[in-house]
Write a protein that binds this ligand. Structure first.
Ligand code: UD1
Length: 429
C-alpha cells in the first residue's frame, strides 16, 4: 500500500489549480442514467471514486469515454467524460461495488425513474458513523415507490411509474436530496422537496438536469420544486470547482505560512470557511481568477466552530481545521454535528504531539508550540488530508499510511503541494 512522506517546515508559495468537485461530479455522472442521450461532463477530477463510479455505471449499461486533456500553462484541466445510457441493461447495483462508495447508492432514484425498478445494495463508504439511508427511502416512497429490504439490498418498484409528491426531510441530507431530485425530474406531476440540502453541488446537478430538459426551481435553497417531464435529453456541463479541496489547500497555506493562489476557486462556495480563516488571522482575497491565501509570520488565532449544512462550516473540512488549530495560540472548540464518528483523526494528530480532548461531539484543541513528525494512519478521506496538513507543520518527517483514502478525493495532491515548495513524496510499496 502506498504511503506519503512529508518533511515539515516549508512555507508554501505558488499556484494550485483547483479541480472539479468530487461531490458534484459523482451525482452528475449518475444523472446520465436518466437519459438515453449522451451527457458530456467537463472538469471531472481524476479520482479513485470517479473510476469506481464509472465501473458501477458500466454495469448498468452506460457507455463511458474519457478525453484526458493536458492544457499548456497550468497543466491538467480535468477530464471530459462522455456518458451514454442508451439502454439500461441491469437494474441491480451489487454489494461488491456499492460497499466501496456510499454515493453509488444514489443510482436508486434514477434507475427507478428510468426503469420503474431497482435493486441496490445498502452502501458502505468512509467509516464515519452509521450513515443510514432512511431519508432516501422515505423520500422515494413519497413518489410512489414500494420498498423492501432483502438480503442487504433495497428492492424498489414503482409499478405505476413515479408520481410527484411532497417530501419534507426531517434532517438535511445531501444524498437524499440528490436521489429524490433526480427521480422527481422524470415523475408525473409536481414534487416539492422541503428542508432540501442547499449545498452548491445540489444546485450544480439541478443546473445540469435543467439543461437536459428538467424543470427544477429553487435548487441551492431549502425548497426545491420539480415539475416532472416525460423524458430528458443529452447535455454538456462543466463541474463546479471543489470547495473542499479549496478549503483544504487554504488551510495548508494557513498552516505553513506563505502565499498561494488557488486558481479557479470561488469564495461564494465556502463563505463560512473564509470567515473562520480570516478570524484565525489568514489573509484571503478574491480575484476573477481565484482566491489568494497568505499568512506571513503572524501566529494563528484559535477559533470556535460548529459544523453545519451549507452555508455553515462543512463537516468535510472539520478534520483539516482541527489540524490547523493544533498550532493556534490558545484554545479552539470544534463541534461536529453532522457525523457522530468523525473524530478518528484525533488520535493520529495526538501522535504528532497535538493536545486535543474529545467529549461527545465537541473537541477542545489547545494549541501547542510545535508538532513533531511521526508515522500515522489515514482513517477516512478528510481525516487523511488533515494528517498531511499536520505533517506540513510538524518538525521532521511524517509518514501517512493507507493513502488510498486520499486518492478517493484529492487529485494529484503531492504534485499540487510539491509545486508550491512542500517536501512531500509518495512511497510505493
Ligand atoms: C455528502 C457528501 C459528504 C459530506 C456529507 C455532508 C457526497 C458524495 N458526499 O454525503 O462528503 O460529508 O454530504 O455534507 O456528496 N442521514 C440520515 N439518513 C439518511 C441520510 C443521511 O440519517 O437517509 C444522516 C447522515 O447519517 C448524516 C447526515 O444525515 O448524519 C448528513 O448526511 P448526508 O448529507 O446524507 O451525507 P451524504 O450525502 O452521504
Amino acid at each position: 500500500m502506498d504511503r506519503i512522506r512529508i518533511t515539515g517546515g516549508q512555507h508554501l508559495h505558488g499556484t494550485i489549480p483547483i479541480s472539479g468537485a468530487k461531490n458534484a461530479a459523482l451525482p452528475l455522472m449518475i444523472a446520465s442514467l436518466l437519459t438515453s442521450d449522451t451527457i458530456t461532463l467537463k472538469n471531472v477530477p481524476n479520482l479513485a471514486d470517479v473510476s469506481l463510479l464509472i465501473r458501477i455505471l458500466r454495469n448498468h449499461g452506460v457507455d463511458t469515454a474519457v478525453d484526458g486533456k493536458r492544457a499548456n500553462g497550468n497543466g491538467h484541466q480535468g477530464d471530459t467524460l462522455h456518458l451514454t445510457a442508451r439502454d439500461i441493461v441491469d437494474t441491480t447495483a451489487p454489494y461488491d461495488l456499492v460497499r466501496r462508495m456510499r454515493a453509488s447508492f444514489w443510482v436508486l432514484g434514477p434507475l427507478l425513474a428510468r426503469e420503474g425498478k431497482a435493486r441496490v445494495s445498502l452502501p458502505g463508504g468512509c467509516a464515519i458513523g452509521t450513515r443510514p439511508v432512511d431519508l432516501h427511502l422515505t423520500g422515494l416512497q413519497a413518489l410512489g415507490v414500494d420498498i423492501d429490504l432483502d438480503g442487504g439490498y433495497v428492492v424498489a418498484k414503482a409499478r405505476n411509474g413515479l408520481r410527484g409528491g411532497i417530501v419534507n426531510f426531517p434532517k438535511v441530507s445531501v444524498g437524499a436530496t440528490h436521489n429524490v431530485m433526480m427521480a422527481a425530474a422524470l415523475a408525473k406531476g409536481e414534487t416539492v422537496i422541503e428542508n432540501a440540502a442547499c449545498e452548491p453541488e445540489v444546485a450544480d446537478v439541478a443546473s445540469c438536469l435543467n439543461k437536459m430538459g428538467a424543470k427544477i426551481e429553487g435548487a441551492g435553497t431549502s425548497t426545491i420544486t420539480i415539475q416532472g417531464v416525460d423524458h430528458l435529453e443529452g447535455a454538456t456541463h462543466t463541474v463546479l470547482p471543489d470547495r473542499i479541496e479549496t478549503g483544504t489547500y487554504a488551510m495548508a497555506v494557513a498552516a505553513t505560512g506563505g502565499d498561494v493562489y488557488l486558481e479557479g476557486a470561488r469564495a461564494d462556495l465556502l463563505p463560512a470557511v473564509i470567515d473562520v480563516l480570516r478570524e484565525a488571522g489568514v489573509e484571503i482575497s478574491e480575484t476573477n481568477r481565484g482566491l489568494r491565501i497568505a499568512r506571513n509570520g503572524s501566529g494563528l488565532n484559535p477559533v470556535t466552530v460548529t459544523t453545519a449544512p451549507f452555508p455553515g462550516f462543512p463537516t468535510d473540512l472539520q478534520a483539516q481545521l482541527m489540524a490547523l488549530m493544533c498550532r493556534a495560540e490558545g484554545l479552539s472548540v470544534i463541534r461536529e454535528t453532522i457525523f457522530e464518528n468523525r473524530f478518528m483523526h484525533v488520535q493520529e494528530l495526538a501522535r504528532l504531539g497535538a493536545d486535543i480532548a474529545v467529549t461527545g461531539e465537541m473537541a477542545k484543541v489547545r494549541g501547542v508550540a510545535s508538532l513533531r513528525g511521526a508515522e500515522v494512519m489515514a482513517t477516512d478521506l478528510r481525516a487523511s488530508v488533515s494528517l498531511v496538513i499536520a505533517g506540513l507543520m510538524a518538525e521532521g518527517d511524517t509518514t501517512v499510511n493507507r493513502v488510498y483514502h486520499l486518492d478517493r478525493g484529492f487529485e494529484r495532491l503531492e504534485e499540487k503541494l510539491g509545486s508550491c515548495g512542500a517536501q512531500i513524496e509518495r512511497l510505493h510499496s
